[in-house]
Design a protein around this ligand. Structure first.
Ligand SMILES: Nc1cc(-c2cccs2)n[nH]1
Length: 243
C-alpha cells in the first residue's frame, strides 16, 4: 500500500516514521510520502487559505492550490486510489473503515483546516472518478486534519500483512468480534495485594475463553451498549445472554 499525505505541516506526520510504522516502512510493507501543500502555491506569501464566501469565522482552504496538488499526487486515470479528507462533519471512521481501507492500493489523505477545504476540490476529484471519503475520528473538533491522519494511518497500517508481530492481535482486538476487549494481566501474580484472577493462571483454555468473553460482554454493556445493540441477532449465545 502507498499512502500520500498532503499538509501544510509536514513535520506533524513525523511520528509515522517511528516505531512499528517506521519499521514497516523500512521493511517495504507500506510506502508513506508526505507533501507540503505550499509547494503548489505561486504567490510570495504562499497563501493556502482565504476568507469564506458568505462571511463567518475562520478561513477556507483555496481550491486552486489543492487542485494542483491533487492533480500531481492523484493523477487522473484508472488508479485504485481513495482520497480521504478528515473533517468533524464526516462519516465516522471505525474499525470497519480501517479494515476496508487496508485492502486499498493507495490512500491519499488531504489535511485541511477545521473550517475546511473549498467544496469544489472534492466535487472535482469525484468528477475525475476518484473515491472521496470525508471522515470523522470522533465528535470533537481539532484544529487541523494531521492528527486525524496519524490516527487513521496507524489503524489501517497495523492491519497490513506483516506489520504486527502476531496477526492474532489484529484478529482478536477490540471490535474484532463487535465487543470491547476485557481486562488484561501479566506478571507478577500479586501486585500491591491485587491478585491475577485464578482462572487465568489455570490451564483450562475453555474456562479462560469463557471468562474473557464474560468480561468483554460486561465491559461492552457498561461502556458501549450501542455496540451490543448493533450485534447481529445470532452473535450472542445463551451463555452470553446470561452474563
Ligand atoms: N473528527 C475530527 C476531525 C477534525 C478535523 C479535521 C480537519 C480539521 S479539524 N476534527 N475532529
Amino acid at each position: 500500500m502507498r499512502i500520500d499525505v498532503v499538509t501544510i505541516f509536514p513535520a506533524y506526520l513525523d511520528p509515522l516514521r517511528e516505531a512499528l510504522l517506521g519499521r514497516a516502512v523500512e521493511r517495504g510493507l507500506l510506502e508513506i510520502a508526505v507533501h507540503d501543500l505550499r509547494r503548489w502555491t505561486h504567490d510570495v506569501h504562499q497563501a493556502v487559505d482565504d476568507a469564506p464566501y458568505g462571511g463567518g469565522p475562520g478561513m477556507v482552504m483555496r481550491p486552486q492550490v489543492w487542485g494542483e496538488a491533487l492533480d500531481e499526487v492523484l493523477p487522473a486515470g484508472p488508479q485504485p486510489a481513495r482520497l480521504v479528507v478528515p473533517t468533524p462533519a464526516g462519516r465516522p471512521f471505525t474499525q470497519t473503515t480501517a479494515r476496508a481501507w487496508a485492502d486499498e492500493q493507495r490512500l491519499v489523505f488531504a489535511c485541511g483546516r477545521y473550517e475546511g477545504i473549498d467544496e469544489r476540490v472534492l466535487l472535482d476529484a469525484r468528477a475525475r472518478g476518484i473515491e472521496v471519503d470525508e471522515v470523522s475520528i470522533g465528535d470533537y473538533v481539532l484544529v487541523g486534519g494531521e492528527v486525524a491522519v496519524l490516527v487513521m494511518v496507524e489503524a489501517v497500517a497495523r492491519l497490513l500483512p506483516g506489520v504486527l508481530g502476531n496477526p492474532r492481535s489484529a484478529a482478536e482486538d477490540s471490535f474484532s468480534d463487535g465487543l470491547l476487549e476485557g481486562p488484561s494481566y501479566t506478571r507478577p501474580e500479586t501486585w500491591r495485594e491485587l491478585a491475577v484472577p485464578d482462572v487465568l493462571r489455570g490451564g483450562n483454555h475453555a474456562a479462560i475463553a469463557r471468562w474473557r468473553r464474560d468480561r468483554a460482554l460486561e465491559r461492552t454493556r457498561d461502556r458501549r451498549p450501542d455496540l451490543l445493540d448493533a450485534l447481529p441477532p445470532d452473535a450472542l449465545d445463551a451463555a452470553d445472554r446470561a452474563v
